[in-house]
Design a binder for this molecule. Structure first.
Ligand code: IVH
Length: 613
């Protein structure tokens, strides 16, 4: 069973482009091929690093990225003459923060993907320690960004990202604004003169969902993974204003002064972190043998779906600090710790078609319609492809065999394309120039990847606007799913939000049946009592999220009041006139009210709500 699993992982690795690493000697590449491939790999990795670290918007899965890195490392080992180590790499740095130097290097972790690899690491470690007793500590591998937080005489003085391991971004102010972490260590244990505490900044799934829902409510593009959102959030220009929260956990240490006060072991660190009132690892396990370690890895793997934070593996560390010292490090990887990475749920399937979905603001998103596959407990039929450029860059074609996985265990993405299984007739995808819903010529703004349908009366856009108005966070019109809305739009009964409250006047039962008609009317009756700000949110004005919607209703009293707001009530000298309303939200509201018929839409909604109270 175990070996079958290992073989399966290798097959997957192959489809992800790991080809050469698993080839036999007979297939060994020439130095010339290797040099070309190395160049290609470095360029590709640099491209993904840029997206990941600088833009916080990766396009490929971690597994696919790791596969590229592994192929690079394998080739570099095979052709040491071609391996140019590059330490000028800035890692996670964006250029927007001051540089801070780590007193002690922030090391990376070696990675394992199979039981055999993990057992080999543990056995080697025990051998290297002359078979003296070793305790290993297992911890979740938190999926966020590494941080080093320096406390001097118990007081927090600096928070720095990993950067290239030697120096990183000084993000102290942002870190303090976003994370609940005490500035002063609690007196539960004496504080050393100085300690660099190492840990991970991450975003909980709950916060991730909350923020994505808000982003979607204002017509933005959601984040695929909590890690990207955490990275983007930590590096924002005005973190406190964003209302976002990050979490932190401390799992290690760097420099300690005086050195004699350094933790004696990982368990000692856990104890100190707790005594100082800091967030620590609550899920740690201690084991002594390979068998125990593997069992614990499996148990943590089974528990992880219930953890409120994202993880992508387990970290296994030698507990005792003296043993760590004896083991040392190779390059920047310690010999006393390793990561075992969980392979995300993946499935291989085929792209049946590439279709376009029109959003309510007109943004057109390409979607891969795939042969349905089960993944992590549900069936996936459609995978968003983000934008036109991504299809062209990855050269995805209809008919391609693809590996689908859930990014951050949530949103499905295409992690790899198996070009060896491409049907001979498959041709590059030509992005349509017309809106699939209304036929209008699609437009693209210079320098932007997004393509739009410019037609405000586009039925596709109307459908999405109505779906948004009916959604749980807005009017909460239970029962009005996309199918029902589509039928009512086709009859001409639904043209704008107010129409949901005028359905008494139409023979609804003819279209949905008597029972459903009664339910829909009851649901519309309940929605009349929704808080006004939720109905304002339901209008889907770009930039107007829950905060702005609440501020508007607070300021103008009710829907009628918001409908009557003049530009001068919202903006003064180009700046928003009141708290809770951003400049972008105010401007887009002015455009909605004055240019898009928003005043009348709102007035009619208000009248329809009052009519039958
Ligand atoms: S220990 C020398 N413990 O994983 C050991 N790292 O892939 C250094 N990570 O850069 C790290 N959870 O950002 C350690 N429990 C944990 C971790 C952890 C997540 C991250 C960390 C590190 C990366 C290496």
């Amino acid at each position: 069973m175990k070996t079958t699993f290992d073989r399966w992982r290798r097959v997957l690795a192959c489809t992800l482009g790991l080809g050469w690493q698993v080839m036999g000697a007979a297939d060994a590449p020439s130095a010339e091929d290797a040099s070309a491939r190395l160049r290609q790999l470095r360029a590709e990795i640099a491209h993904h690093d840029e997206l990941y670290f600088k833009k916080a918007a990766p396009e490929i899965s971690d597994a696919a990225y790791d596969a590229l890195k592994r192929e690079l490392r394998a080739l570099e080992q095979r052709f040491p003459q071609l391996a140019a180590r590059d330490l000028s790499d800035g890692g996670d740095r964006t250029g927007a923060f001051a540089t801070a130097t780590h007193r002690r290097r922030m090391q990376g972790l070696g990675k394992t993907y199979t039981e055999a690899e993990l057992r080999a690491f543990l056995a080697k470690t025990r051998r290297a320690l002359g078979h003296e007793p070793v305790a290993f500590v297992l911890e979740p591998k938190y999926d966020g960004l590494a941080i080093s937080v320096t406390y001097e005489r118990g007081r927090l003085v600096r928070a720095v990202t990993r950067g290239n391991g030697l120096e990183g971004d000084d993000v102290t102010a942002n870190f303090l604004a976003l994370c609940d972490v005490p500035r002063q260590l609690a007196p539960g244990a004496p504080a050393p003169e100085l300690i660099e505490l190492r840990g991970e900044v991450f975003m909980t799934y709950a916060e991730f969902k909350r923020i994505n829902a808000e982003i979607e409510a204002v017509g933005g593009e959601r984040f695929a993974h909590p890690r990207n959102l955490a990275a983007g959030t930590l590096k924002q220009a005005r973190p406190a204003a964003s209302g976002r929260r990050l979490s932190v956990v401390f799992y290690g240490w760097g420099a300690v002064e005086p050195a004699a006060r350094a933790p004696a072991s990982q368990r000692d660190l856990h104890r100190l972190v707790r005594a100082w009132g800091l967030p620590g690892v609550d899920e740690a396990r201690v084991v002594a043998t390979e068998d125990e370690a593997w069992r614990a890895v499996a148990e943590l793997g089974a528990q992880r779906a219930r953890w409120p934070f994202p993880t992508d593996g387990v970290v296994i560390k030698v507990d005792d600090a003296a043993q760590r010292e004896a083991l040392g490090a190779t390059d920047d990887l310690p010999r006393w710790a390793i990561a075992y990475k969980f392979v995300p749920a993946q499935a291989i399937t085929r792209v049946r078609a590439i279709t376009l979905q029109v959003g309510r603001t007109g943004v057109v998103t390409p979607v891969a319609e795939i042969e349905p596959v089960r993944l992590g407990g549900s069936t996936i039929r459609r995978v968003s492809l983000h934008n036109r450029e991504e299809i062209a860059r990855r050269d995805l074609r209809i008919g391609d065999a693809v590996t689908v996985e859930r990014a951050g265990e949530i949103i499905p993405v295409i992690a790899g394309i198996d070009r060896t299984r491409r049907p001979p007739a498959a041709v590059p995808f030509v992005f349509p120039s017309a809106c699939p819903s209304c036929g209008a010529v699609l437009s693209a703004e210079a320098g932007q990847a997004a393509v739009r349908c410019p037609n405000r009366a586009c039925p596709g856009r109307l459908q999405r606007r109505l779906e948004h108005f009916a959604s749980d966070d807005c009017a909460n019109l239970d029962g009005f799913g996309p199918g029902v809305i589509e039928k009512l739009v086709a009859r001409g009964w639904l043209r704008e939000p107010a129409d949901f409250f005028r359905l008494e006047e139409v023979p609804l039962a003819e279209v949905v049946g008597g029972k459903s008609a009664a339910k829909l009317r009851a649901s519309a009756a309940r929605a009349r009592d929704r808080e006004s700000w939720r109905l304002v949110l339901g209008l889907g004005v770009p930039g107007v999220g829950p905060g702005a919607a609440k501020a508007l209703v607070r300021r103008f009293g009710d829907l009628e009041g918001v409908a009557g707001a003049a530009e001068s009530d919202l903006l003064a000298g180009g700046r928003p006139r009141f708290e809770g309303l951003s400049e972008a939200a105010a401007k887009s509201l002015v455009a909605f009210l004055d240019e898009e018929g928003g005043r009348d839409t709102l007035r009619r909604l208000s009248a329809a709500l009052v009519a039958r109270r």
